[in-house]
Design a protein around this ligand. Structure first.
Ligand SMILES: Nc1ncnc2c1ncn2[C@@H]1O[C@H](COP(=O)(O)OP(=O)(O)O)[C@@H](O)[C@H]1O
Ligand SMILES: O=C(O)[C@@H](COP(=O)(O)O)OP(=O)(O)O
Length: 308
């Protein structure tokens, strides 16, 4: 057996080498699951052949990076960059916004897998909790979808655009919950991905969004027809209870909310990714995250673990 030795706040710990843990940490470098396991397997074999039965986390990381360098230097560099990011004592707060149907939940799930993060919070669920607390009479807009919230605005104000006004009122309320999750995650040191239509540039408090360990990404589907198709695929499985009709009837207003999100992203310098191809989107997200969190590789490995 090989023991991996690490250090947390001056305390040494030892754990058995796990191919599963190593394979998961390799996935950030765009390796498929099979290839990641294969490489983890090979590395274990090599260590055993060299009679290494105890290795520090840092030495293991260097070993892995060197091994990967022979497989593909780009993969090795991604691995090293991500480890740089994980050296930080701060949790990562990743916010993924996008209009209904563009793929925020699918991409959040995939990203969590790639980065080995364990917490994903959907803003739809935050809204659901709020609906139990705030009655329909008191705040009708959050009892609707973001894109048809305008139908329940009570005040007959003079509106430039009712859909956007409804969207803003809707997001503004749910945003209180989003901020609470960010605050709690920062306080507890828990990395989290928060995803959904209620993640909108310009809405989250400046002091939170400006933190070095908080990043926001906006997904879009620029092509209308592709966007429409996403609702078909999403509603196809027989266990899905969401009505396709609801989204098709409101498709134009959903597109309007997307345009609003893009405009807001421009104003607030938020990165926008056109989510067409699954792998390209994930790669762009990983690259942005590594860039934002200062993981540019200088080639020097020191400390940190991958198991957040
Ligand atoms: N890049 C992509 N390529 C193909 N299908 C995708 C992609 N991203 C998401 N989808 C599919 O589109 C549908 C909507 O995605 P979903 O994650 O539910 O969107 P959202 O949470 O933003 O409403 C799902 O069926 C999902 O599998
Ligand atoms: O309010 C909205 O726009 C959608 C967002 O959810 P996704 O479509 O992004 O999952 O929620 P809905 O009311 O359809 O449950």
């Amino acid at each position: 057996m090989i023991w991996v030795v690490g250090n947390i706040e001056g305390n040494q710990y030892k754990e058995p080498f796990s191919k599963g843990v190593l394979a998961r940490s390799l996935r950030v470098s765009r390796l498929g699951l099979d290839q990641a396991y294969e490489i983890a397997n090979e590395i274990e074999k090599e260590l055993l052949e060299r009679d290494i039965n105890e290795i520090s986390v840092n030495d293991l990381a260097t070993y892995v990076a060197d091994y990967l360098n022979n497989v593909d230097p780009e993969v090795s560099s991604k691995y090293k960059n991500w480890r740089e990011v994980r050296k930080s004592d701060e949790p990562l707060i990743i916010l993924i916004g996008g209009a209904s149907g563009v793929g925020t939940s699918s991409m959040a799930f995939e990203l969590a897998n790639r980065l080995g993060l364990k917490n994903i919070i959907s803003t739809d669920m935050i809204r659901e909790v709020m609906r139990k607390i705030v009655s329909k009479d008191l705040n009708p807009v959050i009892h609707k979808s973001s894109f048809d919230a305008y139908e329940s605005i009570r005040t007959p104000a003079i509106r430039v655009d009712a859909v956007i006004e409804g969207f803003i009122s809707h997001v503004d309320v749910v945003n209180v919950g989003v901020e609470a999750i960010i605050e709690r995650s920062l306080k507890e040191g828990i990395s989290v991905i928060i995803e959904g239509v209620h993640v909108v540039p310009g809405f989250i408090r400046e002091d939170l969004i400006k933190k070095d360990n908080v990043i926001m990404l906006i997904l879009t589907v620029d092509d209308e027809e592709t966007h429409k198709q996403r609702f078909y695929t999403r509603c196809r499985p027989p266990w899905v209870k969401r009505s396709l009709e609801h989204y098709m009837e409101n498709f134009e207003t959903i597109r309007k909310t997307q345009q609003f999100l893009v405009d807001q992203a421009k104003i607030h310098n938020t990165h926008v990714i056109n989510n067409v191809d699954f792998r390209t989107t994930i790669d762009s997200m990983v690259n942005e995250i590594i860039k934002e969190f200062g993981g540019e590789n200088d080639g020097n490995e020191e400390s940190g673990t991958d198991n957040d």
